[in-house]
Write a protein that binds this ligand. Structure first.
Ligand code: NAI
Ligand code: MG
Length: 372
């Protein structure tokens, strides 16, 4: 098939890890006979220096014409040290998220068997752990709803002679339904099991969430589902991670649970993510694919960054925007092959393993892909 992909490498280790993801895409293209047209664009610091903003209108338009965006990372300093004034590199992501309406954030967590020892859990707990989080990304507590909630939906204010703060948690039925449908569709292509996470014993938004999940489930007789309270879920992710397949939840719960679950894999450098938008493509949905980590300025330029999160993000792109499941699985298996062969990047260095740089690790993945 044919597809157009915009590559936005960005700052710090972004370009280093994106280059390995592009290598993997090129290898897939050759091995399976596809035609991928790749456009590269500036985001972050280079875009600010050259074009005056973190992402230019022209780059944005290139993204809009593509089937998917492969994103590296933006940001030059540790998160806490950024100044509030002037254009900031993170604005590129904010604009992309806002204008493309990304509403579903996918985060697969599948600890590689070769890395069980690097995890903070016992290997026997991790055996068989392979889950995908589907986090609602466009509504909930992190967003204000001026038109429906009187006053300011999020503020610190003076009232009745005291200081108080208010945040508003609001979901419409439509906002819940579209993300829940994504979760059931993904489960149908996996182990056909959805865990919906909420706090229905105290939150109205969660009561509505449950109703919508039950209704969507009726359209998917082949997929089983359960409801789980968020506090219980936090516990079970550590106790019995292998029991989960697809986990769907609202924005705040998803933010916290995905960070918790990410620790099962041993390093932040291992984790991919996808943000799916409303627009349909020939093979699925338009989406933005990026590793979970940031620009890692402390290790940038040293050929030391783990490219796995970026390469696995390219696999998600193949699966969810281009509809190329077999190719996506081949990339994921190639990554596992390289780990099983005993190669590691410095962040995971292990007794008896061969430590290689970012470039070399990417080359090994391509080599394994070609050998399949
Ligand atoms: P970070 O994820 O960049 O780094 C946190 C720690 O993990 C660092 O010690 C880093 O060396 C390590 N690390 C990150 N990626 C790695 C990889 N691929 N391989 C090996 N080690 C890796 O988060 P931090 O330091 O809080 O933020 C740095 C910059 O990145 C900030 O400007 C922040 O705003 C930005 N950021 C951007 C994101 C994005 O583009 N989506 C997401 C998170 C942060
Ligand atoms: Mg977070």
């Amino acid at each position: 098939s044919e597809a157009t992909i915009t590559v936005l490498p960005g700052d710090g280790v972004g370009p280093e890890v994106s280059a390995q993801a592009v290598k993997a895409l090129r290898a897939v293209e050759k091995r399976y006979g596809h035609t991928f047209t790749l456009h590269e664009g500036l985001v972050g610091l280079d875009a600010i220096a050259a074009e005056g903003s973190a992402i230019s209108d022209a780059t944005f338009e290139t993204c809009a014409q593509s089937d998917a965006i492969l994103f590296g990372a933006v940001g030059a300093l540790p998160a806490a040290e950024h100044r509030a004034d002037g254009p900031r590199p993170e604005q590129a992501l904010f604009r992309l998220r806002k204008e493309f309406g990304f509403f579903a954030n996918l985060r697969p967590v599948r600890p590689a068997e070769a890395l069980y020892e690097a995890s903070s859990l016992k290997p026997e707990c991790l055996k068989g752990a392979d889950m995908v989080f589907v986090r609602e990304l466009s509504a909930g507590l992190y967003y204000g709803h001026m038109e429906t909630v009187p006053g300011k939906p999020s503020e610190i204010r003076q009232r009745g002679g005291r200081t108080e703060a208010v945040d508003t948690l609001l979901y419409t039925e439509e906002e819940i339904e579209r993300v829940v449908r994504v979760a059931f569709d993904i489960a149908a292509g996996r182990r056909a099991r959805v865990t919906s996470v909420d706090k229905a014993n105290v939150l109205s938004s969660s009561v509505l969430w449950r109703q919508v999940v039950d209704r969507v489930a009726a359209d998917h007789p082949g997929v089983t589902h359960e409801h789980m309270l968020v506090d219980a879920c936090a516990m079970r992710l550590i106790r019995t991670p292998a029991e989960f397949d697809v986990i769907v939840t609202e924005n705040l719960f998803g933010d916290i649970l995905t960070d918790e679950a990410s620790m099962l894999t041993g390093s932040i450098g291992m984790l991919p993510s996808a943000s799916l938008g409303v627009r349909r493509t020939a093979g699925g949905r338009f989406g933005l694919y990026e590793p979970v980590h940031g620009s890692a300025p402390d290790i940038a330029g040293q050929d030391a960054a783990n490219p796995v999160g970026a390469v696995l993000s390219a696999a998600l792109l193949l699966r969810h925007s281009l509809g190329l499941e077999r190719e996506a699985a081949a990339v994921e298996e190639a990554v596992e092959d390289v780990m099983r062969d005993g190669y590691r990047v410095p962040d995971l260095h292990d007794e008896g393993c061969t430590v290689v740089g970012t470039e070399e690790f990417g080359r090994l993945i391509v080599h394994r892909l070609e050998a399949r």
